[in-house]
Design a protein around this ligand. Sequence first.
Ligand code: C2E
Ligand code: CA
Ligand code: CA
Ligand code: CA
Length: 284
Amino acid sequence: AETAQFAAAGSSKAWAFYDASIDPHRPERLSLMGELREAITQGHLELYYQPKLTLATRHLEGVEALVRWNHPQRGLISPDVFIAMAEDTGNIQHLTRWVLGAAVTQASRWHEQGLNLSMAVNLSAHDLSDVDLPRYLADLTDLHRLPHALLTLEITERAVIGEFESALRVLQQLGEHGFQIAIDDFGVGQSSLSYLHRLPVDELKIDQSFVKHLIDDVDDRVIVRSIVELSHNLGYKVTAEGVEDEGTLHYLSSIACDHAQGFFVARPMQARALHDFVATQIDS
Ligand code: C2E
Ligand code: CA
Ligand code: CA
Ligand code: CA
């Protein structure tokens, strides 16, 4: 029997009921894995888009693409579950390329419609050992006539730490093509700043764990303020993730944080819902 719970392991994700019965250590994981390839070809994967706000102007800067698996029997499966599976079983390249294809197609559609939105896509550690990725992305974006600067690639500190030199080469090439590079979940990784500064970074995204309770927690405020200052001193833009209330948004504005993302701004949504969101932005 399936036990749909309100949240995936650890973090509360109030926007959807995930199937929490998928234990990564159980055999059914293998059958699910076999299904993932099929899911991609059968169109059971879908991208949701979470808006990112520019705090100074309150304008929509762009969106982050977040993948969902609409499983015919199990319902919505969290990327936290199947991304890790895809990594472990060598299917991540296939998945990443599907995500990139869908995200770039959507971004170029919005671009044609005159919406000037950036598109951010999450990469996993394995993607940074894919030496063909920069060429692949350049061809893909050119085919869809998407300006390279509108595409941001989000990577975690963890993703570069293992094979630093080869990841560095891939990131340098992505940077040379004019794609933007963001460090995701900043602050919870273990990389040193000297390593980080060798990467062609454009943006730091402050992990939600520091943002969530900053209104009640003076330590979190000190950390967030310090990361904003550090980012600006290094010439990076900075985004706060996990903004869940107005007070937090207000505080972030007051410390000159560049961008904000979180349920208070908007939840991840389907492409057609984003049009309505943009319309309400313009009205207000
Ligand atoms: P992430 O990149 O850090 O994405 C942010 C996650 O936090 C998303 O969960 C989003 O729905 C959730 N979130 C956003 N705002 C709030 C908020 O205010 N409060 C709370 N509690 N949560 C918020 P999601 O979509 O379940 O994705 C989980 C992770 O899965 C992502 O974390 C990312 O690491 C990974 N992921 C998602 N899509 C992809 C993808 O296409 N490729 C790869 N490689 N990884 C992906
Ligand atoms: Ca991300
Ligand atoms: Ca750059
Ligand atoms: Ca994040």
